[in-house]
Design a protein around this ligand. Sequence first.
Ligand SMILES: *Cc1c(COP(=O)(O)O)cnc(C)c1O
Length: 490
Amino acid sequence: MDLQPTIETSRFGEYLARVGNALDARVSDSTPDALTMHHAWADLENSELPEVGVGADRVVEQLVEQLIPNGARMTDPEFWMFITAGPSTVPVIAATAALVAGTQRQTIHAFHALEEVSLRWLAQLVGLTEAMRGVYSSGGSTANLIALGAARQYAFESRGIDPAEQGFNGTTSVVYASTEAHHTIQRSMAVLGMGRQNVRLVAVDDRQHMVPEALAEAMDADLDAGLIPVAVVANAGTTNTGAIDPLRRLGEIAHARNTWFHVDGAYGLPGILDERVAQRFDGLELADSAIVDPHKWLNAPVGVAATFVRDRSILQRAFAQGAADYLEGSFTTREQDVLVSVDSLGIPYADFGVELSATSRGVQVWALIREQGKEGIAERMCRDNDFARYVADRARADERLESLTDPELSIACIRYVGQGRLNDLDEVNERIYRRLLHETPYLPSTTVVNGSLAIRPCFINPRTTWPMVEGFVDALLRIGEQEESSVAPN
Ligand SMILES: *Cc1c(COP(=O)(O)O)cnc(C)c1O
């Protein structure tokens, strides 16, 4: 039998150049939607296990010709639906470099060093106090889980129990979050054994901010009932509307009851770089933990979030897997014997969270901050906040539109109200929304604000331009008018 080489282990340059050119075409041309091009990739769905490999060239060719042109819409500059960035170039290149040369964040090497440097930079960038130390994980979901694991550790340790080591029985532990909080809080509670139903949903005011008095009342009632308050979770930029909770008051209420204060800034924390809104983050220094997702507003590729705490030893107590021969066995415990990179694990990031193997993700964050600097990033945050304000202002200035929020960050929530001929505005806006997706390049989402359906663009895409934002409002008006004129006059 003619033995073909079945595995390619180099030629990265040649292949990356081909893939890179295809990616450039994808982000610069307006490629058709993948589902409308289903015929071009439908054969992938039923393809069978290859008995014989086709070799690297053929696989790369398929990536370039069939996969990349039929990929996700998140790279589109008009994609404003999820808080998912079309990634910018430099963090993608850095991530690719790390996949090979920074294979794992463990052992002592240049990429390992950048884990710590970039965590420090990131903390400084988003206004966290000097003392905060971090760990990367795959996204906000895991980052919240890690933070709440620390909170659980703190709450039980102060009652003489090590929950990670011993487990805990029969004690109801409660986490307080607003009705606008991200549902990864519920999932974290489930995974940590504290139960989804023990997320106490605290009311928000009509601007989607948690009501401090309602929090204090709920905590006091639970304390009286003998329950264990584990954490107060504040939003620094809600997913729905970008609302920033009153951090100082919430932190004070938590601390007065000896309770961990967690700030979920997965999306919004970089917004602090916009001087016009920085004051809204007042009280951030009270956070016992905070998270931020570089893969959201900072435009890193999906797969990187950071959890910050004051002292990582609490993470280690909550998450260490316990010594294992296959791991620690290879490393020396004597500092003077650390002479080559593989003599030591380095900083034990794997013990600060739930992932053992993980690529060096810090280099992405290091690279994007190096590239743009704090000023460059601040400019981006301001521009995106301006987009949201512009949309809200247009809606306020035009009687056919309504702005359902006063944007705090880069999310706007507006709807078409027309000129008095429309009855069910939710239903009309649902129709307008579908038409936007089908007939225009604009891809916002919908949400519900104070009971009303809103059309919600979230501006974090680095490729978005002013004409696109203006075009979106124009398109919404045009479609809204068509819908309204199709309704019989009163
Ligand atoms: C997006 C988001 C999360 C979850 O982050 P993932 O990276 O999607 O897992 C958590 N909290 C908030 C406020 C978010 O916006």
